[in-house]
Write a protein that binds this ligand. Structure first.
Ligand SMILES: Cc1ncc(COP(=O)(O)O)c(C=O)c1O
Length: 434
């Protein structure tokens, strides 16, 4: 059930062969990792660290041209140029057909809200929206709020194995379906959705598909054309940039949506979905984060020189495919450690299904409160999280209390096998004490 573009790397496209993933070299680019001493960042699903390139870009923006866009003086022209450059970089990151399909803003949730409010005004006879019980609440509650605008809802339910199966969409779709809203990857369980299959089914029913790529984004290549989706939302701070969000949407669809804008703003993307001023310095940081990935891709592929506008997509894709392969080794090791420590893993746990997940694991230690596990980890200088992970409906499905939930460990490409061993000592200590 893997989408081919999210699968194991195709030979020669992101595979390092027998070469080792240069995790230590990449870690040196993250000042926070260098300064953290023995602290281990294992809560990346809640926000990742940023490389030096991003720090430099944010700093330069604030020092050199911290002014409003749209003026005729050099600093203001530089802001316009930064936004345009970042738009082109993010377009390359997601393989957009044109940069105007990318909009910048505060975070992912506010973009889901913005698009849902616009779609709510266009419901008519197609008034059904399909939501899932696996998603982050940001991509559920925002849609449910359209009930007041006449929307009806159908639930695409996770299978017992911990993922959404596109086949289960078939009976939910009809001539009344307006949109399917689902995640590319669960922020709680780490399972990847076959979003292309879902998009094909939605389109065959005359509906659209809205993808939440927030959790998937740091773990693998995004290709909106290969996914054939209609909207896709993401948060910069999960993908090595500062706190900000971006939206990609098919140009014609964004063009047609009724959105709030002042009269003097043209009714065209991206301006029509970027009302007000956003954090330009963080958009500069987002551009630098894509550049970090592109440089990493060039380095991994052994290509000389810095990335340019033409090679950006290829370089980022290579980086993300290689990162994906490395992260699969982290997933296998983390699953082994959790099982050895007697943890109950929720979601995918079979080694043979490692291609269907990212290294984000939700689990509980039998007889130990989730909070006690994260406190023990904190005492050992490891940052992990307990609770419902903003997916309270998923906790209901798993039979877990919303208040206590479970424990989540979420890794990215700068994490190491040695760090997993440190977590193993904490968990095995808890298992023995029981
Ligand atoms: C899968 C997923 N979707 C949406 C969100 C909300 O993102 P934001 O904080 O940018 O609104 C998160 C945040 O953790 C998430 O993990």
């Amino acid at each position: 059930m893997n989408a081919p573009h999210m699968d194991a790397p195709i030979a020669g496209q992101g595979s390092l062969g027998s070469q080792k993933f240069p995790v230590e070299a990449l870690r040196t680019q993250f000042v926070a990792l260098q300064q953290a001493g023995s602290f281990i960042f294992f809560d990346n699903a809640a926000g990742a660290q940023v490389p030096q390139l991003v720090l430099g870009a944010v700093n330069r923006h604030l020092v050199d041209h911290n002014v409003q866009r749209g003026g005729r003086y050099p600093q203001s022209l530089a802001v316009d140029a930064t936004i345009a450059r970042s738009r082109a970089s993010v377009a390359a990151l997601v393989n957009a057909r044109r940069p105007e399909e990318v909009a910048f803003g505060l975070n992912a949730t506010s973009f889901v809200r913005l698009i849902s409010l616009a779609i709510g005004q266009t419901l008519g006879a197609r008034n059904e929206i399909i939501v899932t019980d696996l998603d982050h609440e940001a991509n559920i509650a925002t849609w449910l709020a359209l009930e007041r605008m006449g929307a009806k809802f159908r639930w695409w339910k996770m299978r017992a194995g911990g993922s959404l199966d596109a086949e289960d969409l078939i009976p939910l779709l009809s001539a009344r379906t307006r949109l399917v809203a689902c995640t590319l990857t669960s922020n709680a369980l780490g399972s990847i959705t076959d979003a292309r299959a879902a998009a094909d089914l939605a389109h065959a029913a005359g509906a659209e598909i809205f993808l939440d790529s927030v959790h998937y984004a740091p773990h693998g290549p995004i290709d909106v054309q290969a996914l054939d989706c209609d909207y896709l939302v993401c948060s910069g701070y999960k993908i090595f940039a500062p706190h900000m969000g971006f939206l990609w949407g098919r140009y014609e669809l964004l063009q047609a949506l009724p959105t709030f804008r002042e009269d003097f703003i043209a009714d065209a993307p991206p301006g029509k979905i970027e009302a007000g001023t956003f954090a330009f310095e963080n958009v500069a940081g987002m551009d630098a984060a894509v550049n970090y990935l592109a440089r990493t891709g060039r380095m991994l592929a052994g290509r000389a020189g810095a990335p340019d506008a033409l090679s950006m997509r290829e370089d980022v894709e290579f980086a993300m495919r290689t990162i994906q392969t490395y992260e699969q080794t982290l997933s296998l090791e983390l699953a082994r450690v959790l099982k050895d420590c007697g943890a109950r893993i929720y979601g995918i746990e079979e080694d043979s299904r490692v291609f269907e997940r990212v290294p984000t694991f939700l689990f509980n230690m039998p007889g130990v409160l989730p909070q006690a596990v994260t406190e023990a980890a904190a005492r050992a200088d490891i940052g992990i999280r307990d609770g419902h992970m903003y997916s309270p409906r998923l906790m209901d499905r798993l039979g877990l209390a919303r208040e206590s939930g479970a424990v989540r460990v979420s890794l990215v490409h700068y994490n190491t096998m040695a760090e997993i061993q440190r977590l193993a000592s904490v968990l095995s200590g808890l298992a023995i004490r029981r």
